[in-house]
Design a protein around this ligand. Structure first.
Ligand SMILES: Nc1ncnc2c1ncn2[C@@H]1O[C@H](COP(=O)(O)OP(=O)(O)OP(=O)(O)O)[C@@H](O)[C@H]1O
Length: 594
């Protein structure tokens, strides 16, 4: 069991740009506590003086009232100073944590973003960081000042009367124990419902994203995963509330118990004559404030504990290890080429391999088509080439150098990715093409757009090149988005293009544009294409056919593979019949044998 302050403070020091500013804030908070503790302790001589009418320690009632007034002014000033400094640290945290998370995100391999942790990011940066900032602004300071006030009161009680000092000292460990127990209950409760809440948030996003599919099945009111997640979250919250309330109940009961015990002990001492009645009364007043200070510390510890899951999540993002890479770029022995040498890969560590012993080579300037049944690992190969993940066995080379020996920047400079789920920014059509190369002139942007058939899209849209494409590019069709991605690749002029052809049927115009754009890409880059269309497969210099167990079934030219028969010949035949049927049915038969 950990007292929150002990392990949370060092963790939070790593999240600010000026950790050295935290110590003064804590020191000032401790000073606040000292002043508060002195004011509480001054009750003993002040009440004694009031009751006896005699000066105590040279001060009468008036004198003690002045002491209280002076302490109140000092307390106000120190509290103000402390909160200003604490806000400064909280603002520093908010500024630097966004940068730290941003840096981490930029260093992570692309595969990291498929993990649930990445989904957690948006919730984290939108709401949870503010809550974490509150720890600096509102939690550390009061907790420390209450702690130091409690210490001052105990010391003052010892000085006033060792017997009273002993009584208060004995009460303190009870609160330490109760704080440990309550925070443990709180932690247990949170651990139960936090994962369910994250899951619920993911299901809500999924529900919003799959509205089209649900409505088309007439099931938009009945999304079972969301319903289940909601039920589980409610049950987990109820359970957590029970567990947390046990902690709070226990802490409340013990506080009351300690108060009663203090009053009983003091009363007994007064009755037996060990303590004068007036000092006993003053001591009871002090003891009441002392216990309320201790119980405030317990409450603060519990509030701090309630923030632990979000600190854990921030920590998990900040400590996520990027894929190892060298400090400086290596030398490329075969620029523009790709080679996989006996590559094996599983998404889950120790899980069933998705790729087994895959070897293939894409010489510079060639076009190689990857074909195979759904789930055979074609996209996974493209992901390993772009180092979304590292292979478990074998070597992936780009430009002749293993991807693990290249810096991320070096690898990305060689690649353009034109995948099916092309993401466009909510900006103009022109700006979306220009993303391909930062220093491209407007003329070069237009030229690339022209070659990829994007000019035709611009001419159709009401605002031409300035038309906004909507978030993710939703104002454009899938084929149009892919043309924009090809224009980016043409503009970037990277030596290698990884292309995942659209599986969905493109309209005739889009299809013709995409085919023409691929031809232009071919003139300037090596292309590794995940091919779904007859024309692309037939036009490739080489074809790599994968089997559904993630092995390479055969590779060679189209003619060689057809002549060899096997899976590829059957696959070709099926594709031929399917696409031939589709094109004839649309009334615009295009020769599928092209
Ligand atoms: N991020 C992931 N995490 C876990 N498993 C995955 C992930 N992505 C893909 N897989 C699994 O890996 C296998 C290969 O998937 P991959 O997408 O590479 O196949 P594919 O040949 O490209 O399929 P398709 O033609 O349908 O796109 C599949 O069984 C798939 O379920």
């Amino acid at each position: 069991m950990n007292l929150p302050l002990i392990d949370i403070v060092p963790r939070m020091r790593r999240m600010v740009s000026r950790p050295e500013a935290i110590r003064p804030v804590m020191a000032i908070a401790a000073l606040c506590g000292v002043v508060e503790g002195l004011a509480l302790a001054a009750m003993l001589p002040a009440i004694s003086s009031l009751a006896s009418g005699e000066p105590v320690w040279g001060l009468g009632v008036d004198g003690w009232l002045w002491v209280f007034a002076a302490l109140a002014v000092v307390s106000f000033a120190v509290n103000y100073w402390q909160s200003q400094r604490a806000y400064g640290v909280a603002l520093d945290f908010l500024r630097s944590i966004h940068r730290l998370i941003g840096d981490q995100v930029a260093r992570q391999p692309l595969g990291w973003f498929a993990r649930p942790l990445a989904g957690r990011l948006s919730r984290m940066v939108s709401t949870e960081l503010m809550q974490a900032g509150e720890i600096y602004a509102h939690m550390f300071g009061p907790m420390i000042s209450h702690l130091s006030a409690a210490v001052v009161v105990v010391v003052a009680a010892w000085l006033w009367s060792p017997l009273l000092g002993l009584i208060l000292t004995l009460a303190a460990p009870v609160f330490v124990v109760i704080t440990l127990i309550s925070t443990a209950f709180m932690r247990r409760g949170r651990a139960g419902h936090e994962p369910e809440e994250v899951n619920l948030a993911n299901r809500i996003v999924e529900y919003a994203q799959c509205q089209g599919a649900l409505r088309s099945c007439g099931r938009s009111d009945d999304f079972v995963p969301l319903h289940d997640a909601l039920g589980r979250t409610l049950r987990a919250q109820r359970r957590a509330q029970w567990i947390e309330s046990v902690g709070m109940l226990l802490s409340g009961m013990v506080t009351q118990g300690v108060i009663v015990a203090l009053i009983a002990v003091t009363g007994t001492l007064a009755v037996t004559g060990s303590l004068q009645p007036i000092p006993a009364l003053a001591f009871i007043g002090l003891a009441l404030r002392f216990t309320s200070t201790l119980s405030t510390i317990t409450e603060s510890a519990m509030s701090l504990e309630s923030r632990r899951p979000l600190l854990d999540a921030i920590d998990e993002v900040l400590t996520a290890a990027p894929l190892p890479e060298p400090a400086s770029p290596g030398t490329l022995s075969e620029p523009g080429s790709i080679a996989l040498d006996r590559v094996t890969f599983a998404y889950a560590p120790g899980g069933e391999p998705v790729l087994r012993d895959v070897s293939l080579s894409v010489p510079a300037g060639s076009m190689v088509a990857l074909v195979g049944p759904s789930g055979s690992g074609k996209t996974t190969i493209a992901r390993l080439v772009s180092r979304f993940y590292d292979a478990d066995g074998g070597t992936v080379r780009v430009g002749g150098l293993p991807v693990t020996e290249q810096t991320g920047e070096q690898l990305m400079a060689q690649l353009s990715m034109v995948f099916q789920d092309v993401y466009l920014f909510d900006d103009s059509l022109e700006a979306n093409v220009a993303v391909g190369r930062e220093d491209a002139s407007p003329g070069e942007v237009r030229e690339a757009a022209d070659l990829a058939g994007v000019t035709e899209i611009a001419e159709r849209l009401p605002d031409g090149w300035a038309s906004r494409v909507g978030e993710g590019g939703r104002a454009l069709s899938g084929g149009e988005r892919q043309r924009v991605a090809i224009a980016r690749a043409l503009l970037k002029r990277s030596p290698i293009v990884l292309l995942d052809e659209a599986t969905s049927a493109l309209d005739v115009e889009n299809e013709a544009n995409v085919i023409a754009a691929i031809e232009r890409l071919r003139a300037q880059a090596t292309i590794l294409v995940i091919a779904h269309r007859l024309d692309t497969i037939a036009a490739a210099d080489r074809i790599v056919a994968l089997d559904d167990d993630g092995t390479v079934e055969a590779q060679g030219t189209h003619e060689e593979l057809l002549a060899a028969g096997g899976t590829y010949a059957r696959f070709w035949d099926r594709l031929h019949r399917a696409q031939g049927w589709r094109l004839e049915a649309s009334g615009t038969r295009i020769d599928g044998d092209a």
